[in-house]
Design a protein around this ligand. Structure first.
Ligand code: ZN
Length: 499
């Protein structure tokens, strides 16, 4: 049964949403958090395990230094304080895909605290407070076989793969996000987008939401407008795409508003998001929530990063996305709106790489944002998935700059490269694309066109210069667009004594 919903605008007129986002990010370290097992995605089940990550008796964990470096970098990039001393904690619970029956996490002593990340929605900046960033390990994965849905209900049996168990996981928890009004779904999406860009720029994770290396839990509650008190929140788990983040927030606002409007109360619970319908359904309620019996992990030493190490890591941070956007905007001379279009189209990297390959910024942006965006839209793929490289785009523009192609011919070269006919130069050679710049050849074609269009030629001769356009068109047609139109026009007027 699907839940009753209140139309979005009506819900926002009556209630103010409060959001919170908890994001899990798998770090891309070569080995796991507390053992030396490899972390390759997609390896055959249970081939990347050892006594430590299987939790066998007598095994002892050792923290992965590269993972600690990774989380400190994330903390610094999120403007957090890196604490001088903290500990790991055991979170005790039973779950089939967690071999130890506890997860090593951090509880009341997170490594990074009190930061922020600025995000922009419709030209307005929202500062998202970061409560904490802590280190933990991932669980394994269960596979339910035989059912229609892939869920445990209706399955014939279940399989467990422990390859993922023990992969370093960073959890980033926001402070409550207030004051977003009807922009709440967009702000949540913008936050997830910016966080993904930031972590990707740091090079510590591939942050692929579709592969689960970044996943968001979304908290939503509603307060009646004008009320100082927040409502009861729900937590929608494991939202696995940016679009789903936006949809999950929107759906929870519409659903909770309907519950409150009918006189009901919102139940504090975890909920599941369904990609196919864009809706959430009830998971486990807080009454069933477990007492995790956290206690300091006795098998690991505390983490006490020296200030020198933290400053070294701070100095090693690459240019972060916000700073990069500001730089690029200035270098390319873009308006705020143009920059936003480039970012939204996913074209920033592509244009920058094209510029690095020697192309001027203006044509680089023009090709990616017009010709190639149109073709990507036609094929229903991301711009970055088109089978053309920034280097190839730069080469096509170089051929234009040196006068051997015009824009029209260049479009044919794009078509050829995208069709898999090879590099721009190969396409040019194979398709015989080249501006006809040989004066004698062009002159002969012009003579032929004048002979074939005697009436029009006569008009031009008698002073109606505007009629020359038709003759230029005929020359371009005869050369399949490969003539220099301006030169053709000069020749026509010259030959007809009208220049
Ligand atoms: Zn292991």
């Amino acid at each position: 049964m699907s839940a009753a919903l209140m139309p979005y605008e009506e819900a926002l007129a009556k209630y103010e949403p409060v959001l919170g986002v908890e994001t899990h990010i798998e770090l891309g370290t070569a080995s796991k958090m507390f053992c030396g097992c490899p972390t390759t995605f997609g390896a055959p089940p249970n081939t990347q395990v050892c006594p430590v990550c299987l939790g066998l008796p007598g095994s002892l964990p050792v923290a992965n230094k590269a993972a600690i470096e990774g989380i400190i970098k994330i903390g610094l990039a999120l403007n957090c304080t890196i604490v001088e001393w903290c500990r790991f904690a055991r979170k005790n619970y039973f779950y089939p895909d967690m071999p130890k029956n506890f997860q090593i996490s951090q509880y009341d002593e997170p490594l990074c605290v009190d930061g922020h990340l600025d995000v922009e929605v419709d030209g307005e900046t929202y500062r998202i407070g970061i409560e904490r960033v802590h280190m933990e390990e991932d669980t394994g994965k269960s596979l339910h076989v035989g059912g229609a849905t892939g869920r445990i209900h209706g399955a014939d049996y279940s399989l467990v793969d422990y390859n993922r168990a023990g992969i370093p996981l960073v959890e980033i928890v926001t402070k409550p996000i207030t004051g977003t009004g009807d922009k709440a779904p967009l702000v949540a999406r913008a936050y997830a987008t910016e966080l993904r860009e930031l972590v990707r720029a740091l090079g510590v994770s591939d942050v692929r939401m579709e592969e689960g290396s970044m996943r968001c839990d979304i908290n939503v509650s509603l307060a009646p407008r004008g009320s100082a008190e927040w409502g009861t929140r729900t937590e929608t788990k494991n939202v696995n795409s940016l679009r789903s983040v936006e949809r999950a927030v929107r759906h929870e606002i519409e659903r909770q508003a309907a519950v409150l409007e009918s006189g009901g109360t919102v139940v504090q619970e975890t909920r599941h998001f369904h990609e196919d319908t864009g809706t959430t359904t009830s998971g486990r309620s807080k009454e069933e929530a477990q007492d995790y019996r956290y206690f300091p992990e006795p098998d690991l030493v505390p983490i006490a990063p020296s200030r020198e190490w933290v400053e070294e890591l701070r100095a090693s941070l690459p240019e972060l996305p916000a700073a990069r956007r500001r730089r690029v905007q200035a270098e390319w001379g873009l308006t705020d709106l143009e920059l936003r279009d480039v970012v939204n189209a996913g074209a920033l990297d592509l244009i920058e790489d094209t510029v690095k390959a020697g192309c001027a910024p203006a044509p680089a942006r023009k090709w990616w944002m017009n010709e190639l965006s149109r073709r990507a839209a036609e094929q229903g793929v991301e711009l970055s998935d088109l089978p053309i490289t920034p280097r190839q785009v730069a080469r096509i523009q170089a051929l234009i700059d040196e006068g051997s192609l015009n824009d029209k011919l260049a479009r044919q070269v794009f078509e050829g490269v995208l069709a898999g006919e090879g590099d721009p130069d190969q396409v040019v050679a194979a398709r015989g694309l080249k501006i006809v710049s040989d004066e004698g050849e062009l002159s002969a074609i012009v003579d032929q066109v004048i002979a074939d269009n005697a009436e029009v030629a006569e008009k031009v001769r008698s002073g109606k210069v505007a009629a020359a356009g038709a003759l230029v068109g005929a020359v371009m047609k005869a050369t399949r667009g490969q003539a220099d139109a301006a030169r053709a026009r000069e020749l026509i007027l010259e030959k007809l004594g009208a220049s």
